[in-house]
Write a protein that binds this ligand. Sequence first.
Ligand code: PFF
Length: 447
Amino acid sequence: MKKNANPKSSTDKFSTKLGAVAAAAGSAVGLGNVWRFPYIVGEDGGAVFLILYVIFTIAISIPIMMTEFAIGRKSGLPVTSAYRSLAPHSKWGVIGVLGVLTAFLISSYYNIVSGWTLYYAVSSMGGWLSGLSEVAVADYFSSLSADPFRCIIWMMLMLGATAAVVAQGVQGGIEKYSKILMPLLFLLIVVMVVRALFLPNGLDGISFFLKPDFSKLTTKTVFDALGQSFFSMSIGMGTMTTYGSYLRKSENIATTASHVAVVDFMVAFLSGAVIFPCVFAFGVNPSQGPGLVFVTLPNIFNQMPMGQLFASFFFLLLVVAAITSSVSLLEVVVAYLKESFKYGRRKATLVASLLCLFFGILCSLSQTIFSVFDNITANVLMPIGAFLIVLFAVHRLPKDEFRAEFEAHGVSFRLFNAFYFLVKYAVPIVILIIFANGILALLGISY
Ligand code: PFF
């Protein structure tokens, strides 16, 4: 979680290593891991996607996260002003503006999915999902998602909770809780994996998830894998630049980013290891889209001893994970409004939330707008943002100054040259190629 908005005061720095990792992991781990990852894997044919996802995360996303941390810490400012302050009188400030736009668009549909999660937490506590047949579980979700009124009400509750945290300056409290609650979510998912493996046909799900079928490799798979990796790691839009500004100089940027990536990957991987056995055991279509997690998991809870209790805990913990991520999204928009319009924190939070509410309503009324926001943010805006960020790092920052940020306070970073090579050549070239191919595929142009 984010600390006080003024990054200059020393009390705003994370006091412990765990604090820094936990905060960035709080933003990274969210619905992207448990909701988005399995549904995209399902749409893109399973294990081939997973392989690409791992490669991109290691070779592209971790270096970008490190770059964002370094720029944020060097400038000591949130994303909206970090790039402008390091390169005054230039156009690089556009990275901040793009980040605000991306954060705003993601918030608009993210809170709808958070709302569904809260609804499922309440439904589980009320026992309304208990004992439902597989068909009834599927109907339960479709009746919710097809009912804009209910979606809007539950979204407003989640947006309200997010706004309440952001309005207070996101201090202490939620970070403390999430340090306890997130490992608990992790543990619960591990228990669910064990149960899922013993479902009839469960192992077919595991082989769909882990055994690559290269005939399923398409341009879309590659495009989606890169986008999902960016989305899941919260990179390419400046959230991690802002977190970098809270890192202490003595913190090792490379290990911090790697730890966040490992935690983030594990949660996504384990979610897949629960959901795909369920998909095969309960006859769900793996490519059925954004409802996947909601039409599979209630079935497994129905087959677990104390399933209602497990379900209630699981969805509640997922709500917390969603809030720690959506707080980091809203904060980007709030910081921008504060800075550009000189609003106070409360007013900025109110205006940002009302804007998100308005666009959230549009997303809940139209499946198409929802999907466009979902795809365009992860697959288009985040890659553009990431591309500009690495370009900034290698073309605008002197190499020795950039390096010094990684080696501050005697921290050694022996792999700096390899890292710099990745950031200078591999990352921008790969993004460019995948991006151009993906756009052509989106437009239906094949060659
Ligand atoms: N990484 C978050 C998730 O996986 O749910 C989503 C997200 C949060 C994306 C914050 C971007 C961001 F700035």
